[in-house]
Design a protein around this ligand. Structure first.
Ligand SMILES: [Zn+2]
Length: 72
């Protein structure tokens, strides 16, 4: 007997053999997909607000007058 708790919906379940629950450790295929969807959502999330290049200070952009003044 295998006892577990679904990480998605927290439902407790019992199965005789692991083969009886292909979606283990989730209670159902649906909960397995929900958890998978959460991970995908997380990895696609961009931290912080997008930065507008116009907001950067002068010289921060790589192509903004990259010449050194003291080379002359
Ligand atoms: Zn579940």
């Amino acid at each position: 007997m295998i006892k577990g708790r679904c990480p998605t919906c927290s439902k407790a379940f019992e199965v005789d053999r692991i083969d009886d629950l292909p979606s283990f450790p989730f209670c159902s295929e649906r909960c397995r997909l929900v958890d998978l969807g959460r991970w995908i959502d997380e990895s696609h999330r961009i931290p912080g607000p997008p930065v507008d290049p116009a907001d950067l200070p002068p010289g921060a952009a790589p192509d903004a007058n990259g010449r050194h003044e003291d080379e002359d």
